[in-house]
Design a protein around this ligand. Structure first.
Ligand SMILES: CC(C)(COP(=O)(O)OP(=O)(O)OC[C@H]1O[C@@H](n2cnc3c(N)ncnc32)[C@H](O)[C@@H]1OP(=O)(O)O)[C@@H](O)C(=O)NCCC(=O)NCCS
Length: 157
């Protein structure tokens, strides 16, 4: 891992960079309004990986009691497969543990093989399934053939 990567808190000033990465990373990306709302969430715990002042990856989560809930993890396409996602997860879970967190929760699409392998590598265990939780396209249809399951993962710290 290159040592000039730095993990730092992210804020509204990074909205434009987040929005670009978000739209290139997800089937149903967060809108700018959703991103803004996440910065205002109670317990918000949001970090990015920077190279100099360029944002390469980000992580949205929040702390509730002794739980950390991961909401979004995205790495810009040209910076993938360099360990940035592992760096963000390790950094935030260690910091959260020091703040009293004992369990980390997240979910991902069943079809997201890269994310499933990433979370398994980081020590998360499969903990449940949400039937037809995600739409396969941008429209939020209730037609089950156009939806896929969400997988719930947990890690005890
Ligand atoms: C999933 C994602 C966050 C991984 O980020 P990354 O920085 O490339 O991941 P890392 O380099 O830290 O990889 C760690 C591990 O994840 C798994 N992994 C990451 N990318 C993978 C890929 N394309 N295919 C298979 N496994 C992959 C591997 O187990 C890898 O370990 P290895 O390098 O020893 O094989 C990134 O591909 C991404 O932003 N995807 C789009 C958004 C997304 O799906 N976010 C997760 C939503 S739940």
């Amino acid at each position: 891992m290159d040592t000039h990567f730095e993990v730092r808190p992210i804020s509204l000033e990074h909205l434009n960079e987040i929005s670009i990465i978000e739209n290139l990373s997800h089937i149903t990306p967060w809108t700018d309004q959703q991103i803004k709302e996440e910065f205002g969430r109670v317990g918000a715990y949001n970090f990015g990986v920077f190279e100099k002042n360029n944002l390469l990856a980000y992580f949205f989560s929040y702390i509730f009691l002794d739980e950390l809930h991961i909401l979004n993890l995205s790495v810009e396409e040209k910076s993938r497969k360099q360990g940035l996602a592992v760096l963000l997860i390790d950094f935030t879970t260690h910091a959260a543990k020091s703040a009293g967190v004992s369990k980390v929760f997240l979910e991902c699409r069943e079809s997201n093989t890269a994310a499933r392998l990433l979370y398994t590598k980081c020590g998360f265990l499969l903990n449940g399934r949400r039937k037809s939780y995600y739409s396969l396209g941008s429209s939020n249809t209730s037609d089950e053939s156009l939806r896929e399951d969400g997988l719930l993962f947990i890690k005890e710290l």
